[in-house]
Design a protein around this ligand. Structure first.
Ligand code: ADP
Ligand code: MG
Length: 220
């Protein structure tokens, strides 16, 4: 498990302003990398590029040697539905769905039978300690719990890569600690390649490597 990610010479600009230029980045399979940087330094832009959420102007991004910048929309959608989990800062849970259905949503969307993942669903709920919440709605649980549900949803199809954009950015220090401990457990259990964007120093010790994004350049 775990995918090797390599960005070569990637550049991204908005309105002729470069957010980063000719950037190189290698993320080893199974590593847990934290990307740090000041607000507005381009962390989200970089993560969106690495995940194929957004296009780069130039350069290549390889997932185990496959250049994802060359994939068509259909191929990209398949990769994102099978190999890549993405967690947003604001959880993005569906308010009208119970916790259980939020977690299983990617399975419903793929028309896959729930029975094929139910064991994995239970394992994830146990690891993330959210089983007791499965019949609640998102507004009935805390922010930290919502983030753990969002993490379970991103992992339900066993992605080899998990990317998280400031997963603890909206959590208090206690909830942050819990989420990071669970991420660490997931990392050990599944050897998932994890890339988190963060500006919280406390969270980087859970990772295996920290890189800094400064003035559009990577400093390791
Ligand atoms: P971070 O996540 O590190 O806070 P972002 O990647 O969100 O930074 O943003 C980096 C810079 O790019 C900021 O100056 C932001 O205003 C700009 N930016 C981000 N998205 C867009 C967009 N869609 N259009 C124009 N500028 C953008
Ligand atoms: Mg951001």
């Amino acid at each position: 498990m775990g995918i090797n990610i390599s960005a070569k010479n990637i550049s991204k600009s908005y309105n002729n302003n470069f957010i980063f230029k000719n950037l190189h980045l290698d993320i080893a399979a199974g590593s847990f990398v934290s990307i740090m940087g000041a607000s507005g330094s381009g962390k989200s832009t970089l993560l969106n590029a690495l995940s194929g959420n957004d296009y780069v102007d130039k350069g290549n991004i390889f997932f185990d040697g496959v250049d994802i910048t060359k994939l068509n929309d259909k191929e990209m959608a398949l990769l994102r539905k099978t190999k890549l989990g993405f967690v947003y800062q604001f959880f993005n849970l569906i308010p009208t769905l119970k916790v259980k259905d939020n977690i299983l949503l990617p399975i419903y969307l793929k028309n896959q039978k729930v029975s094929t993942v139910i064991k994995h669903y239970d394992t994830l709920c146990n690891i993330l300690e959210i089983k007791a919440l499965e019949n609640k709605y998102p507004d009935q649980i805390s922010g930290g719990e919502q983030q753990r549900v969002a993490i379970a949803r991103s992992l339900i199809y066993k992605p080899e890569v998990l990317m998280l954009d400031e997963p603890t950015g909206n959590l208090d220090s206690q909830a942050t600690l819990k989420v990071m401990e669970y991420l660490s457990k997931i990392h050990k259990e599944y050897n998932t390649t994890i890339i988190q964007v963060t500006h919280d120093e406390e969270t980087i010790k859970y990772g295996t490597k920290t890189i800094h994004l400064v003035d559009g350049k990577i400093k390791e």
